[in-house]
Write a protein that binds this ligand. Structure first.
Ligand code: FAD
Ligand code: NAD
Ligand code: SF4
Ligand code: FES
Length: 808
């Protein structure tokens, strides 16, 4: 029998064991010994952040239990440190005095947290965050102490800080630069991140250099170089990492910052390899798993004698693992004179997208709030793709900055990476599902490696399972909820609100075990909507759960001013109203008055403090241009004036607008009413489009002229105005009751089907009556006109807009 190759792996961490697993897939010709300093079998270090925030247990994060080593015939020494590789005698020396001979050695000793060399850094209560033991220490500290400081506002520091907040501590993140995650984000994204994290309970001390840790034996606080101090009974240092190179130095290998390796992951000594965070390749030391696994793939092939391309370095992509915060960065992220940036910032939705182009090549990107395009951008950056008109439209159009896609993964190209950590493409997953009959996330994980590391790609893998298997796939325990705070779907939440009689967002979060006590910016507005829809008579709207524009009753603009759009029923106004708009615009120095596509007038550039006076002096109702409500009813001139018109479109438009305005819908709603099929007011692109025909009306639904254009579908034809109003009420109420929050009718119609809507609102007369009754109940409990509410409530006016000085 051929003698097996004696392979010794030093370091039982993520990079070393990944290389071993990749090797075992290629060959069984190695006899493997693993030496690990930690007392545990191989675990997923990345998941320590989830253990800390309480969403995973220690057991959940074990990658390979001891039984796996036994079954694979691997000799495992845990709690043992290798001290030297004797390249002359070809043995690895251990701290317990034992030696093991080798044919090949892999050094995978990882890194250690960098501890700031400041006085007091050795006090009790000061730790780094790297291991299971560190995690235990944090959980213990949270039971005994209240005030914590995390030094370093990078990925690790923020994940640690969030975990400590979840454990009930009062946490301040102390950061040297002026904005967070400056190694991955530009200032804009970093500020948005800070705002969201502050909302989740984190505090920040930015631009602060720690000079000393003060206290007795135990730390009591931090003193900064500007002389200020911060109280802290527990301190986590997360200011970066340093490769573990002592063993390599002792073994006389070439070492700079890390152990120097070439493009085939070889060190300076024959038959000695190094992989992972301990290495330095082409001058770069990596600190994320994807590059380490890429190195491992080249190494495994080299050891197995399989031809391999050289490792030429990696493009790094990162996602922060904090629930309720979607932030992604890949490649270049800063604006430099050589770069052109495509940026979109939607202050209302809280989303930001920046694509960095260098010589027209996509060289990097930053996403905040919506990271649907993360995988696509990661692939484009890796490929060095050129920006084209088509790509530009793809990246900035549907699902760009603002849209969230129902099944983003289904739209991926075959070679798009789904799991960045493990380099698994859509095709690899789809092939595995179809060829090997996989039906669960765990099976895909075991077969392809996707979702095995940070878990960030789980929703995408599930989407692919859903896409391939259709109804045959049921998301398991890891199914995606409406946001990171819950695993419950919209339908489950709505059912629970009804069944359990839940009456406030707080109560929902308590009873339904929200992961974050306060929820996040995704779930709070949604819950507020569902509660108002279910309990129209009694629910007290939670203004603070609404988006900023809805709280202010006006749309905030780029420069911090607001727009004011008064209601003009059916797109009609009078000379007297026009004069008032002109007078007010002049008096408040408004720079622009704009006609909108919905046939009304937009007063642009009003200062925040002037809003109440502008509303008061206009004395017109709010046009709800900021709300998820009925926005506009566009009308043509119709039978009253047009020689082709057979129906009174203006009259019907104004009537419908008055009837259905001022209640909440899942998303904004626009109507159009036309006097004849010439369709001058463009019913085909409206949520509800009405067209006069044959002395009656045609009702179209689900049109959209915006980011994802869609032609409306003909729902039915009716003879009378009464039927028109009744069916419109039923459709709107059905939409209110079954759509996901923020889902436009165009998506809703596609999701639940025109046929189903027809059955429910047209064919089923009894069901329609009930929908109309529930719509009437909602309409009868609508609140006061919002501008009037502010004008007439001095306290509210002062609270929202400061003290307004009235001129005599
Ligand atoms: C809390 C946390 C969250 C993270 N989240 C992410 C994330 O979301 N995404 C991401 O890509 N990366 C993340 N990382 C980084 C990622 O965990 C590391 O890149 C990865 O673990 C590095 O793998 P490694 O094998 O090189 O080092 P390690 O996993 O540190 O393994 C090295 C092992 O070698 C052992 N060792 C050291 N010296 C010796 C010796 N002389 N003899 C024997 N054994 C020795 C060590 O004890 C250790 O067990 C995170 C890290 C932390 C701490
Ligand atoms: N989600 C993820 O991908 C993830 C999560 C955790 C950790 N990690 C990895 O783990 C490693 C360690 O993470 P990290 O955040 O410690 O490293 P890091 O180097 O990414 O960030 C350290 C941060 O500390 C700041 N800092 C440096 N000196 C400071 C000082 N004196 N006072 C205050 N702030 C100071 C830096 O400006 C920097 O932003 C990194 O490689 C990281 O990529 C990744
Ligand atoms: S849609 Fe018909 S009725 Fe209305 S303006 Fe056009 S032509 Fe006239
Ligand atoms: S992206 Fe990290 S496990 Fe897939």
């Amino acid at each position: 029998m051929k003698r097996k190759l004696q392979l010794v792996v030093i370091g039982n961490g993520m990079a070393g064991m990944n290389a071993v697993e990749q090797l075992m897939k290629l060959t069984d010709s190695c006899d493997i010994t693993v030496i690990g300093q930690e007392p545990h079998p191989n675990y997923n270090r990345i998941m320590l952040s989830y253990v800390l925030d309480g969403s995973k247990t220690m057991d959940d994060i074990v990658i390979n239990p001891r039984a796996w080593y036994d079954e694979a015939g691997i000799t495992l020494h845990t709690g043992t440190t290798a001290t030297r590789v004797d390249t002359t005698r070809r043995v690895v020396v251990m701290d317990n005095g034992h030696e093991v001979g080798y044919d090949r050695v892999i050094i995978a000793t990882g890194s250690t947290p960098f501890i700031l060399p400041v006085p007091g850094a050795d006090k009790q209560g000061v730790i780094g965050f790297r291991s299971i033991e560190d995690c235990d220490r944090m959980m213990e500290a949270a039971k005994l102490y209240k005030k914590a400081a995390v030094i370093g506002g990078g990925l690790l520091g923020l994940e640690a800080a969030k975990g400590l907040v979840q454990l009930g501590m009062d946490v301040t993140v102390v950061h040297l630069p002026d904005f967070l995650m400056e190694r991955q984000l530009d200032e804009k994204a970093a500020r948005m991140l800070q705002t969201e994290l502050e909302r989740q309970g984190l505090k920040f001390a930015l631009g602060k250099q720690t000079q000393e840790l003060i206290g007795g034996e135990r730390v009591e606080g931090l003193r900064f170089s500007d002389g200020t101090e911060l109280e802290a009974e527990f301190v986590v240092m997360a200011v970066g990492i340093r490769p573990n190179v002592e063993l390599a130095r002792a073994s006389e290998l070439a070492v700079n910052r890390g152990i120097v390796v070439d493009d085939y992951i070889r060190t300076s000594a024959p038959d000695v390899y190094a992989v992972g965070e301990c290495t330095e390749h082409r001058g770069v030391c990596y600190g994320l798993v994807a590059p380490l696994f890429e190195q491992g793939a080249v190494l495994a092939k080299g050891l197995a004698g399989v031809e391999t391309k050289p490792y030429e370095g990696s493009v790094c992509s990162t996602k922060l693992k904090v629930s309720g915060v979607d932030v992604f960065s890949t490649g270049l992220f800063l604006e430099t004179p050589e770069c052109v940036c495509v940026t979109f910032h939607d202050a209302w939705k809280g989303t930001y997208k920046k694509i960095v182009l260098k010589d027209n090549v996509i060289a990097g990107a930053v996403l905040f709030g919506n990271i649907d395009d993360a995988s696509k951008l990661e692939r484009l950056v890796k490929q060095g793709a050129e920006m084209t008109e088509e790509l530009y439209n793809e990246l900035t159009g549907a699902g760009g900055c603002c849209g969230t896609k129902a099944n983003a993964a289904a739209d991926f190209a075959d070679d798009d990476i789904v799991c960045g950590c493990n380099g698994v493409t859509k095709k690899m997953i789809v092939d595995a599902i179809t060829e090997q009959g996989l039906t669960t996330l765990d099976e895909v994980k075991a077969c392809t490696g996707a979702s095995r590391s940070c878990g960030g790609c789980k929703p995408l893998v599930e989407q692919l399972l859903q896409h391939v298997l259709g109804d045959g796939f049921e998301a398991g325990g890891s199914k995606q909820g409406i946001c990171g705070c819950t695993t419950m779907s919209r339908d489950e939440i709505v059912a629970a609100i009804r069944e359990k009689g839940l009456r406030s967002t707080k109560e929902i979060m308590n009873v339904l075990d929200w992961k974050q006590e306060e929820g996040c910016s995704k779930c709070r507005p949604a819950l507020n909507y569902y509660l108002g829809m279910i309990w129209p008579q009694t629910y007290q709207d939670e203004k603070e759960s609404r988006f900023v524009n809805e709280r202010m009753n006006a749309n905030i603009q780029k420069d911090g001013t607001y727009t004011v759009v008064p209601r003009m029923y059916g797109g009609m106004t009078t000379p007297a109203e026009l004069k008032k708009i002109a007078d007010v615009s002049l008096k408040y120095n408004v720079p622009l008055v704009k006609m909108t596509g919905g046939q009304r007038i937009d007063i642009v550039g009003v200062k925040k403090e002037d809003l109440p006076s502008v509303w008061e002096e206009l004395d017109m109702p709010s046009g709800y241009a900021y709300a998820k409500s009925l926005r506009t009813v566009k009308t043509c001139v119709g039978a009253t004036y047009c020689r082709f018109g057979t129906q009174d479109s203006m009259g019907m438009g104004a009537l419908l607008e008055r009837k259905f305005e001022r209640i909440d819908y899942p998303a904004k709603v626009k109507f159009a009413v036309n006097g004849c099929p010439r369709n001058c007011a463009e019913s085909c692109t409206k949520d509800i489009g009405i067209v006069g025909n044959d002395g009656g009306w045609e009702i179209y639904i689900g049109g959209n002229g915006g980011i994802k254009a869609r032609l409306a579908d003909l729902l039915c034809k009716v003879k009378t105005d009464e039927e028109l109003i009744e069916i419109t009420a039923a459709v709107l109420q059905h939409y209110r009751e079954t759509a996901n929050y923020l889902e436009r009718t165009s998506d809703w119609v596609e999701r639940i089907g025109l046929e189903h809507i027809h059955k429910t609102t047209v064919e089923d007369a009894e069901g329609r009556k009930q929908l109309v009754a529930r719509m009437d109940e909602a309409l009868s409990s609508r609140s006061e006109e919002p501008w009037q509410q502010v004008i007439s409530d001095k306290g509210l006016r002062d609270k929202m807009f400061g003290k307004v000085v009235f001129q005599q």
